[in-house]
Design a protein around this ligand. Structure first.
Ligand code: S3P
Length: 170
């Protein structure tokens, strides 16, 4: 039984905004953001964890939080952009949750996040090309989601409507 909703997709694809909006429309669901949970329990920013302890340590914390929340019921879970790359995470998410991939173009992602500087993977060579190359590596896994939503030109409200429609038809 799939009892949660997991949002996946690249950094800046709108997972947190859409997740919060979705939870407003689904009052029986709780909302959580895996990165925020990691920051809360370590009392450190994600960028600081990458810098001080390295990406493998971050991925371990990420896996722990995913395990914790996927075992719950009625959670809307916004996962970090790289979380679905790990096979164990992917399997657990697909078993326990409706996995929704928010697909956006590298250009749209660039526009959304160009003012921000808290994303460690994009600190070096931040460009449309860099986003494209990360996306190309991840696309094969992102496409294993239950539902893919093309977010191009859509508002968070449009996207939520589409998600609800797809869940009701599924
Ligand atoms: C990452 C995405 C980030 C965060 C970390 C790594 C990634 O989350 O988990 O910086 O590998 O794509 P968002 O997708 O919420 O930005």
């Amino acid at each position: 039984m799939k009892s949660n909703i997991v949002l996946i997709g690249m950094m800046g694809s709108g997972k947190s905004t859409v997740g919060r909006e979705l939870s407003r429309q689904l009052p029986d669901f709780n909302y959580t953001d895996i990165d925020a949970e990691i920051e809360k329990s370590t009392q450190k920013k994600i960028s600081e964890i990458f810098l001080r302890h390295g990406e493998p340590f971050f991925r371990m914390l990420e896996k722990e939080k995913i395990k914790k929340f996927c075992k719950e019921n009625n959670y809307i879970i916004s996962a970090g952009g790289g979380a679905f790359e790990n096979e164990e995470n992917r399997k657990l998410m697909l078993e326990t949750s409706h996995v929704i991939y928010l697909k956006a173009t590298p250009e749209a992602i660039y526009e959304r996040i160009k003012q921000e500087n808290h994303r460690p993977l994009l600190k070096k060579n931040f460009s449309v090309e860099k986003i494209t190359s990360i996306m190309q590596l991840r696309e094969k896994n992102y496409e294993k989601a239950d539902i893919t939503i093309d977010t191009t030109g859509k508002t968070p409200q449009d996207i939520v409507k589409e998600i609800l429609g797809a869940l009701n038809n599924g």
